[in-house]
Design a protein around this ligand. Structure first.
Ligand code: 13P
Length: 252
């Protein structure tokens, strides 16, 4: 049985005062409950030490939103996988659609990032998902298959075993338009099947596939009740302790 994971992607939001308030609220709520899911928050780089300190000793893990595709050296503004390990992180988002779009990340760079993370024992959360024109043209399976085949399928089994996949249809991100539970489930099953064909059934069954795109306290329960949806990668609703906690509580 795959334990659910609720991961917050804060993107370029929050500040240090807001983070202190968020942490004290969430910790109080978690003290009085027994969550059924793993919990992860990925803040902007500069807030990683603050969040790590605030949640130390709790069930809340902290991760990064990005990592360099180079291991070290003259890359101004970049952060290496070794640096993430150095501050005790175990998770890092890779290939979010916003980075693919605004930073023109290529499949080759995503592979390099995941290989560097693997070497540092950090679990990547690999994002994939189609745009609205792709979906309207009924090309969504083809696009996601391409994204997986050109990255994960080009990597070794021991690395793929450590990867969590996040299916995030671009048309659902920050739009308030969530994929229906049926749309999400059929894509998650399709992705699991692809992983199974390439890496075998046991790895496919153990791979966590998160859904992301306008997850809220209201829709999380029905999405997370689907057999191939193993939790969520949550943007906007992870910024408030109340809604994030409600989403965590929706994991049965
Ligand atoms: P929203 O939950 O704000 O739609 O963002 C989803 C996302 O991009 C998480 O990585």
């Amino acid at each position: 049985m795959r334990k659910k994971l609720v991961a917050g992607n804060w993107k370029m939001n929050q500040n240090s005062i807001g983070i202190s308030e968020f942490a004290s609220k969430l910790l109080t709520k978690l003290q009085n409950s027994q969550p059924n899911s793993d919990i992860l928050i990925c803040p902007p780089f500069v807030y990683l030490p603050q969040l790590t300190a605030l949640f130390e000793g709790s069930s809340v893990q902290i991760g990064a939103q990005n990592v360099s595709n180079n291991s070290k050296g003259a890359f101004t503004g970049e952060v290496s996988a070794a640096m993430l390990t150095d501050i005790g992180l175990r998770w890092c988002i890779v290939g979010h659609s916003e980075r693919r779009k605004f930073n023109h990340e290529t499949d080759e760079e995503l592979i390099q990032k995941m290989e560097l993370l693997f070497a540092e024992k950090i679990n990547p959360i690999f994002c994939c998902g189609e745009t609205l024109p792709d979906r309207n043209a009924e090309k969504h399976f083809e696009i996601v298959q391409q994204q997986i085949e050109s990255t994960l399928c080009a990597m070794t089994t021991n690395i793929v075993e450590t990867i969590t996949i996040a299916y995030e249809p671009v048309w659902a991100i920050g739009t308030g338009v969530t994929a229906s539970k049926e749309q999400a489930q059929e894509m998650h099953a399709f992705i699991r099947d692809l992983i199974g064909k390439q890496f075998g059934d046991s790895i496919a069954q153990n791979t966590h596939i998160l859904y992301g795109g306008s997850v809220t306290a209201e829709n999380a329960q029905e999405l997370f009740s689907m057999p191939d949806i193993d939790g969520g990668l949550v943007g906007g609703a992870s910024l408030k302790a109340d809604s994030f906690f409600q989403i965590i509580n929706n994991c049965k």
